[in-house]
Design a protein around this ligand. Structure first.
Ligand code: OGA
Ligand code: NI
Length: 360
């Protein structure tokens, strides 16, 4: 509901560019030198073995209170220091993860004519898209995507989800249900560690009436990966994100102390990150951290980003319990509907948006 009915320029599918065999990418994908990926930094982290924390969630679901508390503590430390972690033993079926990812790979490998029937517009963003933001003349990212609503039921419209491959809709329904369950467990852990009631964050998100949507990203291989990005630096505007990435192609980078760390994927992990709404509710105890995606010249990459969001018309503001004279509210209240207009208009802009809420 961004109010924009159409894209400012004709839509070009990045996958078509990639498949055309061109040796040089068009100028509108060439980033300013300061934004380009630096492959030297990446080598540096590699030597230092710096990476986002890996957390085993087995004991979050278990009975032992000491082990449970220790897991909650690890989650909180990760949310404070990194805004990101890789969850293993998270309860989402590995087979389901693999099959869902495979179904989407299949979708993106369908003929362009089939995918075009799902072409999206900036009004709701639902469907097959190739840009984020409606700024005319913007430098674009090297990716296509498919965006859809999972919750609430009133926005979920399976006829807007791909009809092919035929297993896609069913797999997605199942996968989403498991991820939503995991999201509820994590919100409890995050609330408890803030000293709030266990159901605080879930209630702030609207209880049962949360929002959830999915963006499936497709990053085609790129002849000049050093000049562009698959997805420019941004923080996720929503509550919390569950990323299921391609297992054999790296690409996600997380910003830590001004440096870009390339995430090394642990098999069967889901990458969890804090979005802007949780940063606001926690009054900046938990951090919504900038991340971006680099591309490569060898392999296409697919990822599923499942966004677990607050009900879109609720006011989101720092929890009163976390506001005091010494630590005033760092953000002004806003609904998620209003909040997400920004990225839908301007495209990815690092942390500019959440920082703009701080001017109260
Ligand atoms: C996103 C995102 C990362 C990736 O969709 O918001 O950050 O690796 N995706 O695709
Ligand atoms: Ni993101």
């Amino acid at each position: 509901m961004s109010g924009f009915a159409s894209w400012p320029e004709p839509v070009v599918r990045v996958q078509s560019l990639s498949e055309s065999g061109m040796r040089a990418i068009p100028e509108r994908y060439v980033k300013a030198p300061s934004e380009r990926p630096s492959f030297t930094n990446e080598t540096e982290n590699h030597h230092k073995h710096v990476d986002i924390p890996v957390i085993d969630l087995t004991n979050l679901f278990g009975e032992d209170p000491t082990l449970h508390e220790e897991t909650v503590r690890l989650i909180a430390v990760a949310c404070k220091e990194w805004g990101f972690f890789q969850a293993v033993n998270h309860g989402v079926s590995h087979e389901l993860m693999e099959r869902t990812l495979e179904a989407w790979r299949h979708f993106f490998n369908m003929p362009l004519g089939f995918k075009q029937q799902y072409a999206n517009t900036p009004t709701t963003y639902e469907g097959y898209g190739s840009r984020l933001g409606v700024q005319k003349g913007a430098i674009l990212d090297w990716s296509d995507y498919f965006f859809l609503h999972y919750l609430p039921d009133s926005l979920r419209n399976q006829s807007k989800w791909p009809s092919q491959p035929s297993c896609c809709r069913e797999l997605l329904s199942e996968y989403g249900a498991e991820v939503v369950k995991l999201g509820g467990r994590l919100l409890k852990a995050m609330s408890a560690n803030l000293g709030l009631k266990e159901d605080y964050l879930q209630n702030a998100f609207g209880g049962e009436d949360i929002g959830a949507c999915l963006r499936v990203n497709f990053y085609p291989k790129c002849p000049q990966p050093d000049l562009t990005l698959g997805l420019s630096s941004h923080s996720d505007p929503g509550g919390m994100t569950f990323l299921l990435p391609d297992h054999d192609v790296a690409g996600l980078q997380v910003r830590k102390n001004g440096k870009w760390i390339t995430v090394k994927l642990v098999p069967s992990a889901l990458i969890v990150n804090v979005g802007d709404q949780i940063e606001v509710l926690s009054n900046a105890t938990y951090k919504s951290v900038e991340h971006r995606v680099i591309v490569n010249s060898v392999k296409d990459r697919v990822s599923l980003a499942f966004f677990y969001n607050p009900k879109s018309d609720l006011l989101i503001e720092p929890a009163k319990e976390l506001v005091s004279e010494e630590r005033p509210a760092l953000y002004s209240p806003m609904t998620f509907d209003e909040y997400r207009l920004y990225i839908r208009t301007k495209g990815p802009c690092g942390k500019a948006q959440v920082e703009s809420l701080g001017s109260i």
